[in-house]
Each structure stands twice: as C-alpha cells, then as structure tokens.
Write a protein that binds this ligand. Structure first.
Ligand SMILES: [Zn+2]
Length: 304
C-alpha cells in the first residue's frame, strides 16, 4: 500500500463502509433521527476512506481489491448488488431475469417526497430498477438461481418488485430444479411506501419457498449487514442453510424498539452474526472471500 502522497482530508461522506446504526434499523425508527442528512452510500469518491469499525484510514483501492473488506480489521463493508453478482457468480454467466419489472405507486404515497419521485432518484443513483437483482448464473460451474438485495436502494426494503422478482426466481428454480442462493442486504424490511402490497410479499415469497422445499430444492440464504424487518422475517430466515457475513447486523426490530417494548436490558451484541450463530439462528459465518467456494461445496455436499 502506498502512503507516500500526503493524506487528503477525510471526507465525511464515506461511501462504502457506511453502516446503518442499530438505532435506525427500520424506517419507522430511522425517521426521528433523520434530522441531519445522512451521506448516501454507493458513490465512491476519493483515494482514502475511514473504516467505521476500527477508525483506520485505508486506501480505497486496497479495500476494493478485498471485495470491500477492511484490510486492518476485516470489517465487511457495503457491497452493491452488481458487485455481489460479480464476486459470487462465475464471470459473464449472469443471465438477469425479470429486469422489466418496475415499481408502481398504487397508494400515491408521499413522505418527505412523493414515492414516485423517490423511486426515480434511487434508480438513477444505484443503476437498479428496484432493490433486488435476480437471475441465473454459475458458481464454479454449478448453475444456480441467484438473487441479491441492495441496501442502497430504499434500504433494500421489500416492495412488490422485490417480492415478485424473488418469488419468480424461486418458482423458476423449482421448475428447473436449481439450487437457490439469495444474498440479503436489507435494512428496511417491508417497504412502507407500498403499504399492504409490500407486507404481502413476505407471505408470497415464503409460500414459493415452501413449495420449493417440498419439491426437494436447496435454498442457501446469505445474510449481510444489515438484514432486518420483513426481509429477516421471511425469506432470509428460511434457508435450508443460513450463512452470514462476519459482524452483520441481523434482526427484526431495532434494539431501541425492543428495549422500549420489553423494558429490559438486552444482551451485548445480540443482533450480530456471532451472537446468532451461538444461539442457533444461523448455521455458519462465512467471510466474503470464501463465500463462492463455500456455496459450491455446500451444493456438492447436498448432492444438488
Ligand atoms: Zn477496519
């Protein structure tokens, strides 16, 4: 790593590595603390960035070469859906499905700005139509149905497009007898802007996974930072095997809500991969650099 050039001032708008703090794990909880504008993720700028975990200033190129993992402390930082496809699937094998599905605005919902405008802005910023990317591809020569949600697109929340794309992914995998791999990065759970249409996606995708399970399919769910709300409460927790990246925030409601509801002290780090592994909620913690091999090994082990 070259440190000869003078260190430029650290910009406050860190793009990758920005994590949603535990106190703002759901949109409902995020609302009261949203007074100070939070820098947007996913827009790289500058040569250096500071790791949220260890506070070290690290060379951006080096972080990128490590798939957005901090070279000092190993923190797994934000990774876009497209990068996930690049790092998990064999090069050039991704065949995207249902790319034409676009979000609608049946409720004409508006909070700080109309939902329709928000969607267009998010599409421009992330280059995605919605928070999920789905399709078929190869993992070390094994064909899989692959889905990923991107926490940069309205917190990776599950609206009707995310739900529909994932459901179709699972249904096609059932028809074609393919293993399903879904990588979740969703801080928002269900997407409030679509009301009940968003909530019903939880049941829809879960029902598709149940039929897939009955047909003998293998579903590997990979949880990344953050996986919360309605995503954690539906498909993300339904894997035959549930993997998680190290130190990912995983849970349903944010700790503040739980604390206020239960009026009790919560165990230290109870919504992390490590705690959840110890308590049987997830099966294995897999580092990003090992994920591809680990999935391939699992598919072989399960004879799929
Ligand atoms: Zn670090």
């Amino acid at each position: 790593m070259c440190r000869e050039s003078p260190l430029p001032p650290i910009p406050t708008a860190m793009s990758i590595g920005q994590s949603i703090p535990p106190t703002a794990a759901t949109p409902e909880e995020a609302a009261p603390v949203a007074a100070t504008p939070r820098p947007k993720r996913g827009v790289p700028s500058g040569l250096w960035l500071r790791c949220d975990e260890c506070g070290e200033t690290v060379f951006r190129k080096e972080v990128e070469q490590l798939m957005s993992v901090c070279p000092v402390c190993g923190r797994h930082m934000y990774l876009s859906a497209r990068d996930r496809v690049k790092f998990v699937l064999d090069e050039g094998t991704f065949d995207e499905w249902d790319a034409d599905l676009m979000p609608a605005d049946p409720l004409k919902f508006a909070d700080k700005k109309p939902y329709a405008e928000r969607v267009v802005a998010e599409q421009k910023r992330t280059g995605l139509n919605d928070a999920a990317l789905t399709g078929a591809g190869m993992i070390r020569g094994r064909r899989v149905a692959f889905g990923v949600t991107d926490s940069a697109f309205i917190m990776g929340s599950m609206g009707s497009v995310v739900g529909e794309r994932l459901t179709r992914l699972v249904e096609r995998a059932t028809e074609q007898n393919l293993p399903v791999v879904i990588v979740s990065g969703s801080g928002g759970g269900a997407r409030m802007h679509e009301g009940i249409l968003s909530l019903m996606q939880m049941a829809k995708v879960s029902a598709a996974l149940a039929r897939y399970g009955e047909a003998g399919g293998l579903f590997i769910s990979v949880l990344t930072n953050p996986t919360m709300g309605g995503v954690a409460a539906s498909f993300a927790s339904l894997g035959d095997l549930v993997f998680a990246e190290p130190k990912a925030l995983i849970g349903f409601a944010g700790p503040r809500t739980i604390k206020a509801t239960l009026r009790t002290e919560l165990p230290e780090g109870f919504q992390t991969s490590e705690f959840l592994l110890e308590h049987g909620y997830i099966d294995r913690i897999v580092r990003r650099s090992d994920l591809k091999s680990e999935i391939a090994r699992t598919i072989d082990y399960c004879g799929k």
